[in-house]
Design a protein around this ligand. Structure first.
Ligand SMILES: [Zn+2]
Length: 168
């Protein structure tokens, strides 16, 4: 297997994304665990920007944001403002905390989120950094594990995300 193009190591409690609740006002949907989800997504995004030496798309100030104007910092248009513009392959090994009372080798209790919810959080966090749109991911895999169990598990909660050019 070819070496990944990018390896992103993220420290912190992983949070899943997917359970939506409807707010008491205006019936607006929000993430049931946004208190945990937002900081986790920020850490994933920050780790990706750091490893790439990249920056967030910055719309020109004082301009109408509805106009498709290039990034104020680098002159790249939003539709091109990412590392990969073609197909992407992504694998994430998510290390979740093992409570002292848990003796099972694998995170199969309700204390962790579902693999697809972890996938959703990570894939959204990397949009506009690794790829322009997460529809570019043609091949994705998420593995949940406890510290030191899987080959790519961390020693503490977090994730190791490996990215390949999916068209290669
Ligand atoms: Zn830019």
């Amino acid at each position: 297997m070819t070496a990944p193009l990018v390896i992103i190591a993220v420290r912190g409690e992983p949070a899943g994304q997917g359970n939506l609740r409807t707010g008491p006002k205006h019936g607006k949907a929000y993430h049931a665990n946004s208190k945990d989800l937002s900081p986790w997504r920020e850490r994933v995004r920050g780790a990706a920007l750091d490893v790439l030496g990249a920056h967030e798309f910055r719309p020109p100030t004082g301009e109408d944001r509805r106009l498709a104007l290039p990034c104020d910092e680098c002159g790249t248009y939003r539709t091109q403002h990412a590392t990969l513009l073609g197909p992407v392959r992504l694998e994430a090994v998510v290390t979740v905390r093992r409570l002292k009372s848990v003796t099972a080798k694998w995170p199969v209790t309700r204390s962790s989120s579902d693999w697809d919810h972890y996938a959703r959080a990570i894939c959204d966090a990397l949009t506009g950094v690794i790829y322009v749109d997460d529809s570019q991911i043609i091949d994705g895999r998420v593995i949940t594990t406890y510290p030191h169990v899987h080959q790519h598990a961390l020693g503490e909660p977090g994730a190791v995300i490996r990215i390949w050019n999916g068209g290669a």
